[in-house]
Design a protein. Sequence first.
Length: 177
Amino acid sequence: MKQPIEARYPATRMRRNRSDAFVRRLVREHTLTTDDLIAPLFVLDGENRREAIASMPGVERLSIDLAVAEGRRLHALGVPAVALFPVTPDTAKSADGREAYNPDAIAQRAIAAFKDALPELGVITDVALDPFTTHGHDGVLNERGEILNDETLDVLVRQALSQARAGVDVVAPSDMM
């Protein structure tokens, strides 16, 4: 008696599930809708201000009032959340990044403005020190330019707590200390 042909990887061939557009739609594993989107907004101080970001054509930094208006527009389109990235003035930056946890800083004021105007819109913030330090690093540095992990963690915790007190829905720590 002859042995059956031995099956080889892959044992199942999905080609038949890709033959027509309607079949592909029926068997797809993932769908992407506006429910899956988070809109990044770069927020700066002042009122009725917008600045083009040269390195990102079509993207602008917006003052809080214009950012809230943009959030309203995005929410009407079905976008469930925004991620806020503050643009800290050089005069507010320091070596230790203490502006990150200032309750009156741009991020905290923007969070409060969004939650007041659009409580149903999710607000996400970045927990990172680079926007707040004079040297642009994500950590507090010693005199040799080395990151001080414990001191940095203290500032990051203060930043996250300050954002939470302002009403943020999600803190997204991008500093990996």
